[in-house]
Design a binder for this molecule. Structure first.
Ligand SMILES: NC(=O)C1=CN([C@@H]2O[C@H](COP(=O)(O)OP(=O)(O)OC[C@H]3O[C@@H](n4cnc5c(N)ncnc54)[C@H](OP(=O)(O)O)[C@@H]3O)[C@@H](O)[C@H]2O)C=CC1
Ligand SMILES: O=C(CO)COP(=O)(O)O
Length: 360
């Protein structure tokens, strides 16, 4: 017999004690910046919410709504929208950065002098920088080495977090104090924060899964079936961990929320922008057209190029990356790529048990 679950959703009145109002900053006025601002403000913190557009900041201040990215979400609590980045981060105990990877370094560099020594600066961005294949935490270390850095990543669809749907994430940082601070600032009835020390693995997992979400979107558009869905997710996990381990990540990280957790949600949800791009292309739309229609960042399209290049460089076998690259940037047909993948030499399942025996 199935029992119906009647646990109510946490409401804003279930907030933490506001006597513990701590100063924090969120950089980036898009979907994820908005979602994290909302969690922090509901937890009773004083949030300076930086965005580059003055009209948008005024609008958020006046209406309590980020119309462009989250039109149906009311932002309540102690939130100060601003376009003054130096003022936003002044005295902040933690700074959360949700700027797309393409603009991440330039924003941080322009304001490098404004960050304070030992300030905790946490990247929320799931992407890779083209030059030198840098992850965002590496950019933070290069640009603001006197700060303590971390990365937040996991199965975290912004559209669900703002509904207070139950969610878990991972804070990865070398400094235990940064891990504890972030757990304490963000954790609440609907948002649970786990800790990890494998910063590189957590961050790379978040960037890589966007590629496979595009593949999964295509498979959904083509109605390939449930077995295929499972095969794709599992082989994606094998491929992304093979790549990450070759670059120094801990394979066990991929068993956690930032690995398999994020891969599952992004490969199965039509809320994912990367999944939606794949779906549109699978239905015959051009890549540019699909991206423009979504109107928000889908990091996987750009990450695919960098990972394909890097995999070729370091000699890691990534048939799904290669297949997607051939579809999006070559002129390969989806069915030809699927056929090539299915007819490739048959290999071992879990490479850590039975090593891969066949070369690509
Ligand atoms: N949305 C989600 O569910 C999640 C997103 N992420 C990650 O967070 C990062 C941000 O994504 P998200 O917020 O969703 O993206 P959106 O597309 O929703 O918003 C992008 C934001 O970045 C701003 N931006 C773009 N270029 C610049 C720039 N040069 N200087 C300053 N601001 C800029 C945009 O400003 P403007 O409007 O003025 O162009 C906008 O506020 C991505 O790496 C994404 O992978 C991580 C977890 C979940
Ligand atoms: O990272 C995400 C969920 O964890 C969001 O994915 P998209 O960027 O594809 O929307």
């Amino acid at each position: 017999m199935t029992q119906e679950r009647t646990t109510p959703k946490p409401s804003p009145t279930d907030r933490k004690d506001t006597s513990e109002c701590r100063n924090v900053a969120v950089l980036g006025g898009g979907s994820f910046g908005t979602a994290m601002t909302k969690v922090l403000a509901e937890n009773g913190h004083c949030v300076r919410f930086w965005m580059r557009d003055e009209a948008q900041a005024r609008d958020v201040r006046d209406k309590g709504v980020n119309d462009r990215y989250m039109p149906d979400v009311k932002l309540e609590g102690n939130i100060d929208p601003t376009t003054d980045l130096a003022a936003a981060i002044r005295g902040a105990e933690a700074v959360f950065v949700a700027i797309p990877s393409k603009a991440f370094r330039s924003v941080i560099r322009e304001h490098a002098e404004d960050f304070e020594a030992d300030q905790a600066v946490v990247s929320l961005t799931k992407g890779i920088e083209r030059d030198g294949f840098r992850l965002m935490s590496e950019i933070l270390q290069e640009e603001i080495p006197r700060c303590r850095t971390g990365v937040l990543s996991g199965p975290n669809l912004a559209g669900e977090i703002v509904n207070r749907d139950l969610t878990a994430t991972v804070i990865a940082a070398k400094d235990p104090d940064v891990r504890r601070t972030v757990q304490c600032l963000l954790g609440c009835e609907y948002f649970r924060v786990y800790a990890n020390v494998d910063v590189y693995g957590v961050e790379l997992a978040g960037a890589l899964k966007n590629i496979y979400a595009i593949v999964a979107g295509m498979a959904a558009a083509m109605d390939l079936g449930e077995n295929a869905k499972s095969m794709l997710i599992t082989r994606s996990l094998a491929e992304m961990s093979r790549f990450a381990v070759s670059l120094g990540a801990n394979p066990m990280t991929f068993m956690g929320l930032a690995g398999i957790g994020d891969l599952i949600v992004t490969c199965t949800s039509s809320r994912s922008r990367n999944f939606r791009i794949g779906y549109a292309v699978g239905k015959g739309r051009a890549l540019d057209e699909a991206a423009a229609e979504i109107g928000q960042v889908a990091e996987g399209v750009h990450t695919l190029l960098l990972v394909k290049e890097k995999a070729d460089d370091v000699g890691v076998y990534m048939p799904l990356v290669r297949g997607l690259y051939d579809i999006l940037y070559g002129n390969a047909s989806i069915s030809a790529v699927i056929n090539g993948l299915m007819m490739a030499v048959q290999n071992s399942d879990v490479e850590f048990i039975l090593p891969r025996t066949v070369a690509q």
